[in-house]
Design a protein. Structure first.
Length: 132
């Protein structure tokens, strides 16, 4: 928060006024996933939801199809934390990740719900505050 202190003369006002003005900072939806401070807890939940194999898709492999060439998908399969490696390598914005997760191929609103919950708690931009 920015704080502005105004001392007003006794002829106009007798009190000291404090204005706490929220900085309208950048919306967290526009931050890259690896630079969104505090996102680690939500990131872990997302990994838990996307790492397991799913016969009908909607896991890290499907997400990688939107971000990486086929050879990278095979590489990801050899790593223990598939989703973590994918997101670290491609570092999408939270908005881009949300868009990919809600696409027809992924259709993972449950994962987006984890992201929304984190955004609602942590974003102080004017748009997100107006939605509360």
């Amino acid at each position: 928060f920015n704080v502005m202190i105004c001392l007003l003369t006794p002829t106009t006002y007798t009190n000291v006024l404090f204005f706490f003005l929220a900085h309208p900072g950048e919306c967290l939806w526009h931050k890259n996933i690896m630079s969104a401070k505090g996102f680690q807890s939500a990131f872990k939940e997302i990994e838990i939801l996307l790492d397991p194999d799913r016969p009908l898709g909607g896991n890290y492999k499907t997400l990688a199809g939107d971000m990486a060439p086929q050879k990278d998908i095979l590489f990801l399969g050899s790593k223990p934390n598939h989703t973590e490696v994918l997101l670290q390598q491609h570092n999408p914005t939270l908005y881009k990740l949300r868009k990919d997760l809600l696409g027809n191929e992924m259709n993972r609103s449950d994962v987006v719900d984890v992201m929304k919950k984190w955004i609602e708690t942590n974003c102080n931009c004017e748009n997100c505050n107006s939605l509360r």
